[in-house]
Design a protein around this ligand. Structure first.
Ligand SMILES: Cc1cc2nc3c(=O)[nH]c(=O)nc-3n(C[C@H](O)[C@H](O)[C@H](O)COP(=O)(O)OP(=O)(O)OC[C@H]3O[C@@H](n4cnc5c(N)ncnc54)[C@H](O)[C@@H]3O)c2cc1C
Length: 399
């Protein structure tokens, strides 16, 4: 399918990203999976190739591209099943750099964006806490004002890039009584006294990307580390979550397409009962169904990308694409794995890794239940629907 928003320059960039992924990442990824993280070297190399913070302008030390360059990086990494950079770079580019670009002061942008684009600084975002990730309004980590400083106490969990991060965007309560209006975002450098990185969490998938617990024990940061306005954190998170969810949909859609390609290639070669698996009607029907659904997802994903580029992607549509893309991803990798038989259960096959890596997408960045809640509420909040209710007419024609 021709994707008309990509220019020739984007296509050349895609070729460069593909070469980089094949030569600099693929040969090492299994080792990083064993180590549970990626070395800093790969961040630096990716930075030098313009793969990080793609849409950060040159005046802030970025490559000066647009969001489609980020889309290309995600697609090329996930097409090869590279979960380490696939997850880590997404947080760096589409979350941390994006927040700083949108809400940072000039000094914050100058301080962090050039180093993030070069891969010298790795970013993370800390929203989720042990007591809950879905219910963000009830976080308990506090940033209490003391003179010209915030004093931070609390704990975060499940933080992508948590072990390797140099900079964290922390969601904390600056007003203990306030719910969503009491939340602020604070930039916390990882070398601040009292900022402790706990254990790297033992996950079922995405092994090359580290996920950590973080602790804050009277961590002091200057008030100039506040990102945006005090008390506006929840609103900022909700605004940017649309971009994060679309980025996740880009990932999920790409994984669906890649899994189908792997499975078509495998079943074409694999023999059983004197023929190839691809000759069985069941194989063709399963793949036909998944292919049709993936094509429909691709159309919706690209529609959302186009809306996003126009600044028109609503949080509701972002929730819809995250819901549908992550659910289909789960279905595709499961049914494709089945067609690999026992080999599908072996980690050396990309379909096996995609199967476990994919389980996360229905949970992280807002679970599918929360997506349904967002969509469901919007249906009943729309006054334009009032009066559209079909009513049963009584026998004499009155209501
Ligand atoms: C590998 C990984 C990486 C992550 N990276 C980050 C990160 O970088 N930064 C970060 O801040 N967080 C991160 N997370 C956390 C992730 O965003 C949360 O796990 C997610 O938001 C769900 O929160 P929870 O785990 O506390 O589940 P809970 O909130 O306890 O929810 C448990 C279940 O209950 C359901 N549920 C909750 N509320 C409702 C409701 N109102 N109605 C119906 N069902 C509901 C949920 O959908 C879910 O199925 C990561 C998680 C993982 C596993």
């Amino acid at each position: 399918m021709k994707r008309s928003f990509f220019t020739d320059e984007h296509l050349a960039f895609r070729e460069a990203v593909r070469r980089f992924a094949e030569t600099e990442i693929v040969p090492h990824h299994a080792e990083w999976e064993r180590q549970g993280r990626m070395p800093r070297e790969v961040w630096l190399k990716a930075g030098s190739m313009g793969l990080l913070c793609c849409d950060v302008p040159e005046e802030y030390g970025g490559p000066g591209g647009d969001w489609l360059h980020s889309v290309i990086v995600l697609e090329e990494l996930w097409r090869l099943g590279l979960s380490g950079p696939g997850s880590g770079f997404l947080v760096q580019t589409d979350i941390v750099a994006s927040y700083i670009r949108t809400w940072g002061t000039e000094a914050q942008k100058q301080q962090w964006l050039p180093r993030m684009a070069r891969g010298e600084v790795v970013g993370a975002i800390g929203m989720s806490e042990p007591s809950g990730g879905s219910d963000l309004q009830n976080i308990t980590t506090r940033a209490d004002r003391s003179g010209n400083e915030y004093v931070i106490n609390g704990q975060k969990i499940f933080i992508t890039n948590g072990m390797v991060c140099d900079l964290l965007i922390l969601a904390a309560k600056t007003d203990r009584e306030g719910r969503k209006n009491g939340i602020s975002l604070v930039l916390v450098e990882a070398d601040r006294a009292g900022f402790v990185k706990g254990r790297a969490l033992d996950k079922i998938g995405t092994h090359a990307q580290d996920t950590a617990e973080l602790f804050f024990d009277n961590v002091r940061v200057p008030v100039s580390n506040l990102l945006g306005q005090e008390g506006h954190g929840f609103r900022m998170l909700m605004t940017k979550l649309a971009q994060e969810r679309l980025a996740q949909a880009v990932r999920s859609t790409t994984v669906c397409e890649a899994a189908l390609d792997w499975t078509v290639a495998y079943t074409r070669d694999r023999k059983a009962f004197g023929t190839t698996l691809s000759e069985f009607q069941n194989t063709q029907f399963v793949l036909a169904q998944l292919s049709a659904e993936t094509t429909s997802l691709r159309v919706f994903t690209d529609w959302c990308i186009a809306r996003f580029l126009e600044g028109e992607l609503s949080p509701i549509d972002a929730a819809k694409i995250k819901l549908l893309s992550t659910e289909l991803q789960g279905k595709v990798v499961d049914q494709c794995l089945q067609l690999f038989g026992g080999y599908g259960y072996m980690r050396e096959y990309p379909i096996a890794r995609a199967f476990v890596d994919s389980r996360l997408t229905r949970i992280g960045g807002g679970s599918i239940e929360i997506m349904k809640q967002i969509i469901g509420r919007s249906l009943f909040a729309d006054p334009a629907r009032d009066g559209a209710t079909p009513r049963r007419q009584s026998h004499d024609g009155t209501r």
